[in-house]
Write a protein that binds this ligand. Structure first.
Ligand code: AMP
Length: 216
């Protein structure tokens, strides 16, 4: 099963993808995570991507298309994958269809998660991550027991540079302009199902699972 989770930053795509990965035993492919890792390792790709990411802009299509084309042919993708944060432009979506078609493969489902802008801002600007183990927190919805300290490993919590309010506003504009057209794109292809992202995590998860069953 090849699944795309579509939605603005903060809609909960990553959270849902992590649960689905366990349930269906197919990997989550997050281009944002892959890029952040490349930045951390200071690889040539990371060095190229960093300025775009810090500014809340999209990394050039050829970079992310290259990442995904290499990732989806890995062994753990043979039963499918969950794309989280890709595609983000129509040209990425076209490239994805072409790379899948070349292997006789296709996208089976596109699930769009929608959340209003104020809620997204609140969700994202409160996000914190442990620098040591990567565990995620939210200052309001899921705070650590001690402010600034990871419950699991006592690591220091930090805010992603692109999660601050100014950059977040820019990311939401970029979403509206460049990624939202994919809703129509996949709707025209008969693949899109939309869900309200302001429900509880487990409610959204059940909605996704029933869509996947119904459309199987
Ligand atoms: P995310 O964690 O998915 O919000 O991604 C963080 C940042 O990585 C984005 O703001 C972009 O700068 C970059 N990025 C991630 N995925 C893509 C993509 N598919 N196309 C272009 N840039 C991307």
């Amino acid at each position: 099963m090849n699944l795309i989770l579509l939605g603005p930053p903060g809609a909960g795509k990553g959270t849902q993808a992590k649960i689905l990965t366990k349930k269906y035993d197919i990997p989550q492919i997050s281009t944002g995570d892959i890029l952040r890792n490349a930045v951390k390792q200071a690889t040539p790709m990371g060095l190229k991507a960093k300025a775009f990411m810090d500014a809340g802009a999209l990394v050039p299509d050829e970079v992310v298309v290259g990442i995904v084309s290499e990732r989806i042919v890995e062994a753990d993708c043979r039963n499918g994958f969950i794309l989280d944060g890709f595609p983000r432009t129509v040209s990425q979506a076209d490239a994805l269809s072409a790379m899948l078609a070349a292997n006789g493969n296709k996208i089976d489902h596109v699930i769009s998660i929608t959340v209003n802008k104020n809620d997204l801002l609140r969700r994202i600007t409160g996000r914190r991550t442990c620098r040591s183990c990567g565990k995620g927190y939210h200052l309001e919805f899921d705070p650590p027991k001690t402010a600034g300290v990871c419950d699991e490993c006592s690591g220091v919590l930090f805010q992603r540079e692109d999660d601050c309010e100014d950059t977040m506003r820019k990311r939401l504009d970029v979403y509206e302009q460049q990624t939202a057209p994919l809703v129509e794109y996949y709707s025209n292809a008969g693949l899109l199902r939309s869900l309200p992202g302001d429900e509880a995590i487990d409610v959204i998860q059940s909605m996704i699972v029933s869509i996947l069953k119904r459309d199987a």
